[in-house]
Design a protein around this ligand. Structure first.
Ligand code: FE
Length: 343
């Protein structure tokens, strides 16, 4: 063997070695998630089993998560971002934190109502925003719609979380789509005029304040109510016994629907794996898991969940305003709330 051949042989062995080392290194997907449910974990493990791709997770609250992405900029290791609420997806989209995804699986399975503009995000579960009322102080026929909360009969009885919270922004965004900016503004002003107290706390706090009688009527995302209905704690059972649940706007636009959604991060180092993960979330089994984990509904049509407490809320008319319209109206909603002094 001359020197040249020895060199070539050595090089070949070295190359083989590095290829083998590379093959052993598992492919990684960096997931930034604002969701943190036990069942989501089972989902991630299943994805790894199916694809060999290992998920590295960073769980942060929504605002902190967006701030992290902003600060990391092009150096961000984030591949997939999971957020809740159209208003938050809107804000991330606005800040350029997502990149568009073209996928036949996603566009075939996720309805247009639940798809972001230009494929910038996809919603994988849906929740609704419902009315809860105190059975002793409010009659159910008085609070059949969001609009009813702004009527004089509810003076001093209405409680909500902060108007600037994404859940309230998105509700108003839906009302802008359904009744127009002018009426939506009057509605927001009417709710402010009817408040039992300054907005504070989360949705569960509103349900409790309705039960205690401090508030006559409030708004809550459905999963908070279902969580309370499912609770084994006696104090939660007492709360549930005093509170009535209403599907709003059944004679008009239907109950406001919002989403949990995912997107591929702008600078995703593993874009292909990221798309693969979003496609996986749209599969039947993942849809069931993802929705059930937080007492939500799957966004893929025809996928059924087995959730008795959620089913017990009964069939209802859902608002079909696209989540991307809610997203688009978010900035206007904030301006309206500022104008009418909805803190
Ligand atoms: Fe929530």
């Amino acid at each position: 063997m001359n020197m040249n051949r020895i060199l070539k042989a050595t090089l070949a062995v070295a190359l083989l070695g590095s290829a083998a080392a590379h093959a052993q290194e598992p492919q990684v997907l960096n997931l930034y998630s604002a969701r943190h449910y036990y069942t989501d974990e089972a989902l991630y493990n299943d994805f790894t089993k199916q694809t060999g791709i290992v998920i590295k997770r960073l769980e942060l609250k929504d605002e902190a998560l967006l701030e992290r992405l902003r600060n990391e900029g092009p150096r961000s290791p984030a591949d997939v971002v999971l957020l809740v609420d159209a208003a938050r997806l809107a804000s991330a989209q606005e800040q350029g934190l997502f990149q568009p995804v073209k996928s036949k699986i996603l566009s075939d399975r996720i309805p247009a109502q639940y798809t972001g503009q230009d494929g910038l995000w996809y919603a994988f579960s849906a929740r609704s925003r419902a009315i809860v009322y105190n059975k002793d102080t409010v009659k159910p026929e008085e609070v059949q719609s969001y609009e009813d909360l702004a009527k004089p009969a509810m003076k001093g009885k209405v409680c909500t979380r902060s108007g600037s919270h994404p859940y309230m922004l998105s509700l108003l965004s839906g009302m802008i789509a359904n009744i127009g900016e002018k009426k939506a503004t009057e509605w927001a002003a009417g709710v402010v005029a009817n408040m039992a107290r300054a907005p504070k706390g989360g949705d569960t706090d509103q349900i409790k304040a309705v039960a205690s009688g401090e508030c006559g009527v409030a708004l809550t995302n459905t999963y908070y109510w279902v969580r309370m209905v499912n609770s084994d704690k006696q104090e939660d059972k007492d709360v549930v016994s005093k509170v009535g649940f209403i599907w709003p706007n059944q004679k008009t636009s239907g109950a406001h629907m919002n989403v949990s959604g995912g997107a591929v991060a702008s600078f995703a180092p593993n874009k292909q794996a990221a798309v693969q993960f979003l496609e996986y979330l749209a599969s039947d089994s993942a849809q069931r898991y993802f929705a059930n984990g937080n007492n939500e509904w799957p966004t893929v049509p025809g996928v059924k969940t087995d959730n008795p407490a959620l089913d017990a809320l009964g069939a209802f008319k859902a608002d079909v305003t696209p989540a991307r319209t809610l997203a688009k109206n978010t900035a206007l909603s904030q301006r309206i709330l500022d104008k009418v002094g909805y803190k």
